[in-house]
Design a protein around this ligand. Structure first.
Ligand code: GUN
Length: 284
């Protein structure tokens, strides 16, 4: 029987630590960590994410502001808001919820955010810092996966780590973090040949491809640790991951469920990055 890695529980523990650190920071610095979230348009999934981010900030005692801009917002208007938040001393973290409406240039907006306030770690400056292993901010989802692994005592050094997926938000930084932790890392993607042969070599398998129930029992090594980053909605409305949990769970030593695995960790890591940004801002 595999251990179920409980992301809800680990997330709650880390959020409690952040709440205590926030209170200590306020005593010391006389201010609260502040996060600004910008959402443009009315994407329902984005609206839920943004609401959850605001609620999470309130629970740990952060200052937070949400800017809900209309769908027809221009690039210039969005840029002006980012510039204003870059100057705002109460704001230590700026997050522009993606995806943006099609007429807006995402890259241009992300480049505009002061890298010191880039709590998503999407700015090329921070991406570069991650590459060289000298970082303040880690992108929230890969950071959440690392926290799940370390807090459940999974040894990474010397292990075969396979990441399925090569996105800028998850796959690529995930591989880099596992490499920094001395894993032997392979990145697989849609053009990988003999995928199952590669994934069967994995001691740690991280799956982030956005295909429901894609990884099946024949693709995992007995005793492996499987981390499912997927979040897919089935036809019946139920949430499911990228891993076929029912068939894979009996084969592996530990696995994250969906929901309740990686999901809750992402916002927790955003809170952590915001606290780090606030600490750095007062250090100067
Ligand atoms: N949209 C989906 N995930 C994310 C995320 O981690 N950050 C931002 N800014 N937008 C997202």
């Amino acid at each position: 029987m595999a251990m179920r890695i409980d992301g809800k529980l680990i997330s709650a523990q880390i959020r409690e630590e952040i709440r205590e650190e926030c209170a200590a920071f306020e005593k010391e610095a006389g201010i609260l960590p502040g996060l600004a979230v910008i959402i443009v348009g009315e994407n329902p999934a984005s609206q839920v994410y943004v609401r959850n981010k605001k609620k999470a900030c309130e629970e740990v005692g952060f200052y937070s502001v949400v800017y809900e801009l209309p769908e027809m917002t221009s690039q210039a208007e969005l840029t002006a808001l980012v510039d204003e938040l870059n100057r705002d001393e109460k704001i230590h973290g700026i997050l522009v919820q993606l995806p943006l409406p099609k007429h807006l240039d995402e890259t241009d907006v992300l480049l505009r955010i002061n890298p010191k306030k880039d709590v998503d770690a999407f700015h090329p400056y921070n991406v570069g810092k991650i590459m060289i292993g000298d970082y303040n901010f880690l992108p929230c989802t890969p950071a959440g996966v690392m926290a799940l692994l370390t807090r459940t005592g999974v040894e990474i050094a010397g292990k075969n780590c396979v990441v399925i997926g090569r996105s800028n938000i998850v796959g690529k930084p995930m591989a880099m973090l596992l490499l920094h932790a001395n894993g032997t890392v392979t990145i697989c993607h849609s053009r990988t040949k003999n995928l199952a042969e590669v994934t069967r070599e994995a001691d740690i398998l991280v799956v982030a491809i956005g295909k429901a129930d894609f990884v099946t029992a024949d693709m995992v090594k007995p005793g492996a640790v499987v981390i499912d980053v997927g979040m897919n909605r089935r036809a019946d409305g139920k949430l499911t991951g990228d891993v076929d949990f029912a068939s894979v769970e009996p084969v592996v030593s530990a696995i994250t469920p969906v929901p309740g695995g990686v999901g809750p960790m992402t916002i927790t890591m955003l809170l952590k990055n915001t606290l780090t940004a606030a600490r750095d801002a007062v250090k100067k």
